[in-house]
Design a protein around this ligand. Structure first.
Ligand code: SF4
Ligand code: SF4
Length: 305
């Protein structure tokens, strides 16, 4: 029996729409003279050929949705009562890249793939350069989840934005929508594909990775469930990362293990969020690179616009 996946649902819909289009020309509804009760309630749908069509709700028969596994259901809800936040202290990052390595190992990423990247930054011509780690910002108003046609990417109650690669059809709308370039596409077979063949998919770690789908930072949702800090936070040797729960107003430093008030930390240090003007409401806060703990090393790469 054919698996009733979301992908098949879209494919079947595409076939139906295509047939109607041949008969009726411009509009599907105008081609259907059997429409006796039009609800007037229109819905937009994406066909398998990437066409956006509008149909009356009365013309649709709800498809049977695949049952979500326990892991998928649990992963969609998140940890009750939690509201996760990250604070990144730019005065402490020295480009050690241990966060990147730990993340790549945790999420079985290929060497060229990053959920978190350490960027070289310089705000103006005569100001000092600094390093800026940049993961997914876990926006409270995420543009990425709104464009996904199959509800593969979503925001859960505890603030984490995840991806369900059992549902992702690889359309990459979410990549186009993310202003932080936080998402990566699995163009090739994932690292160690043979080794992880047959391993049950874990939605909170997004492993095993799957060719033709999306991956990105997940705040190590699986580790949080186990009471651990995210991989990048634990791996940093320089005290750059604070992570914790906004509801508890507490964040813990991954290196020193010190726990402090989140609101005080961001207020006392004039923290900011990236591209605030877009209204995406990121959950990643940056402490400005003042009183730097080290000299900037390496050569600043020049970018030309
Ligand atoms: S940073 Fe990009 S991928 Fe992450 S939640 Fe925001 S829009 Fe989505
Ligand atoms: S590529 Fe992005 S938008 Fe498209 S189905 Fe996958 S998660 Fe959704």
């Amino acid at each position: 029996m054919e698996r009733n996946t979301r992908r098949n649902f879209i494919r079947k819909l595409g076939a139906t729409v295509g047939a109607a289009g041949v008969v009726g020309g411009t509009s599907i509804l105008s081609s259907c003279n059997s429409v006796e009760t039009s609800s007037g309630d229109k819905i937009k749908l994406l066909t398998s050929s990437g066409e956006l069509v509008e149909v009356d709700k009365s013309q649709l028969t709800p498809a049977e949705m695949p049952n979500l596994s326990e892991n998928q259901t649990r992963g969609r809800e998140g940890l009750p009562g939690r509201s996760w936040v990250m604070v990144i202290d730019l005065s402490k990052c020295r480009n050690a890249r241990e966060c990147m390595k730990a993340c790549q190992n945790h999420h079985q990423l290929r060497p060229e793939q990053h959920h978190i990247n350490v960027l070289q930054m310089q705000d103006a011509e005569h100001t000092a350069p600094y390093y800026m780690p940049k993961p997914c910002q876990h926006c409270d108003n995420p543009p990425c989840t709104k464009v996904c046609p199959v509800n593969a990417t979503f925001k859960r109650n505890d603030g984490i934005v995840l991806i369900d690669n059992e549902r992702c059809i690889g359309c990459r709308f979410c990549i186009a929508a993310c202003p932080y370039s936080a998402r990566v596409f699995n163009w090739f077979e994932p690292r160690d594909a043979e080794k992880y063949k047959g391993v049950t998919y874990n939605i909170e770690a997004n492993v095993p990775q799957k060719k033709g789908t999306i991956s990105k930072c997940l705040f190590s949702a699986d580790r949080l469930r186990d009471g651990k800090l995210p991989s990048c936070v634990s791996a940093c040797p320089n005290g750059v990362y604070w992570f914790g729960d906004r509801n508890e107003d507490a964040v813990t430093n991954g290196t020193t293990k010190e726990t402090v008030s989140f609101s005080k930390l961001i207020k006392d240090n004039a923290a900011y969020t990236l591209m605030e003007e877009l209204g995406t409401k990121p959950r990643v806060y940056y402490l400005p690179p003042k009183d730097r703990a080290f000299p900037f090393e390496g050569e600043l790469i020049e970018h030309h616009s």
